[in-house]
Structure formats: structure tokens, C-alpha cells
Design a protein around this ligand. Sequence first.
Ligand code: ADP
Ligand code: MG
Length: 602
Amino acid sequence: MPTTNRIAELSGQLSNEIAAGEVVERPASVVKELLENALDAGADKIQVELEQGGIRLIRVCDNGSGIHADDLSLALRRHATSKIRDAGDLGAITTLGFRGEALPSIASVSRLELTSALEGEPGWRIDQEGCEPAAHGRGTTVAVHDLFYRVPARRKFLRTEKTEFNHADTQLRRIALSRFDVAFSWSHNGRTLHQFRVAPNREQQEQRIAQLLGKDFVANAIYLDVSLAGFRLYGWAVRPVYHRANSDSQMLFVNGRYVRDKTLSHAARHAYRDILYHGRHPAYLLFLEIEPTQVDVNVHPAKHEVRFRDSRAVHDFVFRTLEKSLAEGGRAGVGDGADGGIPVEPAGLAQGQQEWFSEQPTLLTGVGRSHQFSPPGGYNLAETQAFYRQLATPSQELSEGQRQRERFSEDQPLGRPLAQIHYIYILAETPRGLALVDMHAAHERIVYERLKSQYGELVTQPLLVPVNVNVTDAEIRLVEQHQQLLADLGLELTQSGPQQLAVRAVPALLNRDNAEQLVRDLLDELAQHGSADQIQQQVDACLASMACHGSVRGGRQLSLPEMDALLRDMEQTERSGQCNHGRPTWTELSLQELDSLFMRGR
Ligand code: ADP
Ligand code: MG
């Protein structure tokens, strides 16, 4: 028998090298492991030095608890850890590390030097040569020289110094973003790149985020912090208008650990689903806190992945929390005017919402109020002036401040409409400056949100003369299959011929003129989202398509009260900052921005 068929135990060195294959892919993975150890040791100050992308040197110095002198050599031994003791501990991990593999693995593929001291104790250093006294304050310094110098196969896979540095830098950024209670600094080839102090409050945290993720991220993000039923989700998520071409800026931490998890990323994607421009990605920095017993982190050697005990509950919580926060944060004007808002009593133009698009009273039933302010026809300067004079004529004695208060109402951040521009945009004077509103996009969102909230009990409007639509056999079958869904959507369709459907009723919210096109689009949607488990997507897609048809088109003349009612509706509608396709519905130019355009006050 050839000797190769016999079994023999591998040497410690070899088994460590094999473990290193999983844990130590490149300098960035060493950085990650060393920083995790420093954080586990309770450090609140961590300094990192890199040379040649980390290939030549990675040195991490922390002020954590330090390692007992007698344990130094154990720290480099495989399966030796201070973080768990028995199987019970494995079920509720509260540290980042626990496998006792990182240091021995790294030591097996590099020249590693470990120096450490406990509070008030002398320091010790250990390396391949042995152990000796060394000067060190409380904490630990690990220096990793010449990574993979003994493993040419591995070394070959390393990319350029620059690429390796970028990977390490990504790790460092991620970790610096995950712990605002820790000061971090890092340098490359002797040049300091970042230095962050501890950031105990949100303002300081946002400064750190701005440096690491960009000012735009912070400017466009909403902050949320929601705790419910044993879960807490907090952090920053961007408003949908700030979408990205890729998903790089999506960071989610579970109990402080960065993870790439399908459940979580799906929940987040889902929360953005009908407010994000097609094919684009949101950006977020979110922290999920959950009972350690509810999550298994021991599913991946580098611990990139986790498994939730009840992934459905986690998904639901993250999805709902994020969706709600985005909806509230995305309401027109909400959260935008915090700094410059003018305190006002309700007054001025809108004494209640008015019906708009008055020739189409069915378009927005339920919102309609009086027509008493409606000047005839569309925009007309003289009439408009008279119209305003009749409502809110400021007396000559009023101070500028009082006049401001007269003009704007606190709950109307979109201000008052002045005119329509090219029959596409509405120009409004706002408390802060001026706003431009894309009327079709805005209306589409309003109708969509209203359809969604009334879904299942939509009031239908019978058509006096049913509209016939010619269809295929397959489409007839689709209609039969989806009877209930169509009924819930407020549509009544019956077969009126071998290849013909009759539309007998449509939702009262919608414009009846487009019944045929509406039905055609719905049939397309139904054919596309075939399976039953996509029912919610199907419903949303149908409602979105209905909203698009039911909404006012560009090119239509609106009266001032109609415009006003649209603005007021936007203020009341969740997610009204974006249309159903994720495009912004309005934009604002502040007085400051206007002043700078005209170089006033310079
Ligand atoms: P693990 O982190 O999974 O326990 P490691 O191989 O990374 O395994 O580290 C082994 C042990 O060495 C740790 O359990 C810890 O006790 C100790 N250790 C490593 N790094 C540090 C550090 N920076 N400060 C204090 N103790 C450390
Ligand atoms: Mg570790």
C-alpha cells in the first residue's frame, strides 16, 4: 500500500496555515481581525500604521485591557481564546471574535510581534524568537511584518500596493463608522490619513460620517432610531433622490458587526422599492441591535455572515421601520425647514384644501372642499392680484416680520403658488425662498399613495357606457385568474365577446377617460408579475400604473386654487418628495441661494 493512503495528523504550523487560508485573505483581513481584537479588549483609542498597502507592515496599537503576561504565548495558539468558555457561550456571542484563530493564523503566514501590558503591570513582547520584557502602557500592539513572505502562492494573489491599501482602507472606514465611542487614526507609508476623536453626539458623528462617506450623504440622510419588541434599528438612510449607481454605500451592522446579509439587504431594498429611481441603489449606515441569543454569528470563518433565529421577524422589523422613516422623512418639506422656518399662525391663501382640476371632480374625491376662491380660468395676473388682495391684504402698518407671518403658515412649507411655468411646473413662494414643483410627478405620487391606502376598499365608479377592450385569449384567462385582485383594485371587468372585455367600473379616484389604456397596462403588469407570491409587488405595480394614468398630465392649465390644493396635498402625503419612479417632485431654492445667484450682500 502506498504511504499516501495512510492518515497522519497535520503539524500545528500546517493546520494554522490552512486556517489562515480562510481567515487571512489579504492585508485588509488582518486589519479587520486586529481591530476586532482591540475593540473586544475595550479600547477607546486605536492607531493603525500601514506600509506598502499593509503587505510590508500592519501595526495596530490599542489602549484596551491588555493581555496577561502568562497568556501571551497562548494568544498565538490555535483555538485559544478568552472570549468563550463553553457551548452555552457560543449561543450568545457578545464579542466580535470568539474562534481563537486569528492571531495564530496571521502568525503562521507573517512575522508577528505582540506586545502587551495590563494596567499598572510591566509590558512583555512575544515573537517567533521568544518572550522578553518591553515598555508598553496599558493595552496591546500587534505588528504584522511581511505578510505571506513564506507563502509564495498566496503572495502571488496579492494585487498592487495601492489596491491592497484600498481594501484595508475600506475595512478601516467601516470599523470607524461602526464605533463612534472609539478614537481612530490611520496612516499609510508614514502619512496620516485620518484622525477621529471620540464622537459622543450626533453632530460629531455626522462630521465623522461626512469625512468617510461624503458631505452629500449626511446632507441627504434622515436619522432614525426605533426600538420595538427586542429590536433596535438606528442610523442614517438617504432620501431616495440621493440614489447611487451601485450598492457600495450600504452598510449594515448587527450588534456592531458589519455583515452582508440577504435578509437585511432585501428588507432595505424593499423599503426603498417604490420610491427609488429604477436600477439605482440607496445608501445607508444602519445599526441593528438584537438579543445575542437571536443571532448566530458562527456561520462564516471571517464572520461576514450571520443567521437569524427568526429571520422573518427581523426582515419585517427592518423593512417596516425603514419604510416608515423614509415615508415620514420624504414628506414634502418635512425636516427640510428646521433651520430657517418662520414661526407663523395659520393665515393666508389656503383656508382648507380645495378641489383642484375642477373639471374632473372624480379625480380626487375625498379631498374636495369649496370652490369659493377659485378665480375663473387659469393664470391671469390681474385676477390673481385681486384674488390675493381679497384674502390677505396686509395693512400698511405691518412690519416685515408680521407680513412674513401673514403670508406663510407653519404647516405649509411648500408656500403659496404664484404661477404655472410652461404648463409643466408650478412656481411657489415658500417661507425659505421659492419652490418648483413638477405637477405630474407630484400628482402621480399623491394618487398612488391614496390608492395604496384605500386598496381593497376603493370606491368604484360605474361607467354609464361600458368601454370595450379587445384582448387575447390569454388575457381573458388572466382576468379570470385575477378576479379578486381586480376587484380589490376597484375594477369591474366582464367578458363581452370571445375576445373582448367590457370595463364596467373604475376606481372613483381615477380619471375615467383612460379606462381602455388603464386596463391594457394592468393586463401587462399581471402578465409580468405572474406568481402569487409576488402579490404585493403586483398590487403596487398595478396601483402605480393606475396612478400614472389617473394623474394630471403636463400641458394642462391649472388655476391658482388648483395649484394650491396640489401643494397642500403634497404636504399631507407621505413620500411626496418623489414620484413613483423615484424622480424628485419638487425642488427649493432658498433666498440665500437666490441672493448668491445675484451676488447680493457681497
Ligand atoms: P479571538 O479573538 O477569536 O479570541 P484571536 O486569535 O484573535 O482569537 O485572539 C486570541 C486571544 O488573544 C483573544 O481571545 C484575546 O484574549 C487575546 N487578544 C488578542 N488581541 C488582543 C488585544 N488587542 N487586546 C487584548 N487581548 C487580545
Ligand atoms: Mg480575534
